[in-house]
Write a protein that binds this ligand. Structure first.
Ligand SMILES: Nc1ncnc2c1ncn2[C@@H]1O[C@H](COP(=O)(O)OP(=O)(O)OP(=O)(O)O)[C@@H](O)[C@H]1O
Ligand SMILES: [Mg+2]
Length: 425
């Protein structure tokens, strides 16, 4: 595209700023020649200040049209005076420093990454129009020719007429990160996007570790769940690997003990006993037979008994002697190794909504059933508040999120409909 085509209907000379005088790999410096443009008060409004920074410019170069962003704007003291009087002398200057953002090659009508292309000395610099901002945004879109863009959720910095509209697939098909200092508006920005997603009846799954968006949507707009308060997960549905992550097992031997303890509890559930399985003094062969009888369908167990069961797993086989004594005996070494795991699990159970989350309470929603519905019902959005799961340091909060993610990915939700809300940075 040529500069004339880009400024269709307008005269590019009205937007001419000056020429490039210094070139660097990713930026350049241009000397302002058109002082009127920089000082014309009629162009100044709250939304657009040509004499400051952060605005876009177009640089007409041999390889195409570069889009740049002004990050420094400086003038010699004398020139400021002379700008006002109109008496500009040759050794006075005003310079703008420009970051090169992207390039539109001559044979293309879209901006793309500039790569190793650089602009050149004496290339002409023009102020970007609102149409250029729109074209730049359109160039960011990946795919989805038929996809309706989201309504505008922001405007450009210092440019309230240039609205930011993007297609949902551009925002969500890849990872999206929002960076900023505390109180800089990250959550508000994320909410502005989510609001447009939900209000245009697109499918969104929002996992909120802090619960800050609890009141952002009405019950009519979105199904709202609070893990541990009105929503549970059956412990039988959690895989061994997930339990290990959940309880942060420190090494493979703790993982193995956890697995043994859960299998023992599954056996007790299977035979209808509501206690843990004591092993000290039990016949080794009998215990092993019982444990082996636990089938793949016997998945349920009473998770409240897990700390006691892990303690009960602290056994070893006795030394073989002539008494044919084949009963388990207590093993202090193992008990010591397991104690940190027991403490961690006990802490988790007493200080978080852990037990009410991992239960089979029929009066509460089952998370996996709700997610199953969410996948299959069109235009259905789901909000999951995981903030109630954790203690102060979020020991449970993050875990709950991990589980949700794993379960959700397992159940085949496409990444397009998965809209994570990150924890504060
Ligand atoms: N574009 C905006 N214009 C005006 N005020 C805003 C804008 N965005 C956010 N705010 C206000 O700034 C404050 C902080 O916003 P927000 O909570 O989104 O920040 P945050 O970056 O998420 O902070 P934290 O790091 O603490 O989570 C809020 O009071 C919000 O209303
Ligand atoms: Mg925030």
């Amino acid at each position: 595209m040529t500069i004339e085509a880009l400024f269709a209907g307008k005269n590019p000379q009205d937007f001419y700023i000056g020429k490039v005088t210094q070139v660097y790999r990713s930026n350049c410096v241009a000397q302002v020649e058109n002082f009127d443009l920089m000082s014309d008060r009629s162009k100044f409004n709250k939304s657009f200040l040509p004499n400051t920074i952060n605005n876009f410019v177009i640089i007409d170069s041999v390889v195409g049209l570069f889009l740049g962003e002004v990050f420094e704007n400086k003038a010699s003291r004398k020139s400021i005076y002379e700008m006002k009087t109109g008496d500009v002398k040759s050794n006075d200057y005003q310079e703008i420093c420009i970051d090169t953002i992207s390039l539109m090659p001559a044979d293309s009508d879209k901006f793309q990454l500039a790569g190793f292309n650089t602009l050149g000395i004496t290339d002409k610099v023009y102020l970007a129009t609102d149409d250029v901002y729109k074209l730049f945004l359109a160039s960011l879109e990946f795919t989805g020719e038929n996809e309706e863009p989201l309504p505008s959720f922001a405007t450009y910095l210092n440019k309230s007429q240039a609205e930011v509209c993007l297609k949902p697939s551009t925002l969500f098909n890849r990872h999206l990160m929002c960076i900023g200092a505390t109180n800089s508006g990250k959550s508000t920005t994320a909410l502005a996007i989510l609001d447009k997603v939900v209000s245009t009846r697109r499918k969104a799954l929002i996992i909120d570790p802090t619960g800050e968006y609890r009141n952002a949507f009405t019950n009519d707009e979105i199904t709202k769940l609070t893990l541990g308060v009105d929503t549970t997960v059956s412990p039988g549905k959690i895989s061994m690997e997930q339990w290990e992550k959940l309880f942060e097992t420190e090494n493979s031997s703790q993982g193995a003990v956890l697995s043994e303890a859960i299998t023992s509890l599954r056996y007790m559930k299977k035979i209808g006993e509501n206690t843990y399985y004591p092993k000290v003094g039990e016949d080794i062969e009998e215990v092993q037979e019982n444990i082996a009888s636990v089938g793949k369908d016997d998945v349920d167990f009473n998770i409240e008994l897990l700390p006691e069961q892990i303690q009960a797993e602290s056994v070893c086989e006795p030394d073989r002697d002539s008494d044919y004594n084949f009963k388990y005996r207590y093993d202090t070494l193992r008990a010591n190794l397991n104690s940190s795991l027991v403490q961690k699990i006990q802490y988790q159970m007493t200080n978080t909504k852990f037990l009410s989350f991992f239960s089979n309470d029929p009066g509460m929603y089952n998370l996996l059933d709700v997610i199953e519905d969410f996948i299959h019902i069109p235009e259905e959005s789901l909000y999951i508040d995981t903030s109630q799961l954790g203690a102060s340091e979020g020991i449970g909060g993050m875990r709950g999120t991990q589980i949700c993610q794993v379960q959700i990915l397992r159940q085949g939700i496409s990444r397009r409909s998965y809209t994570p809300c990150k924890r504060r940075t």
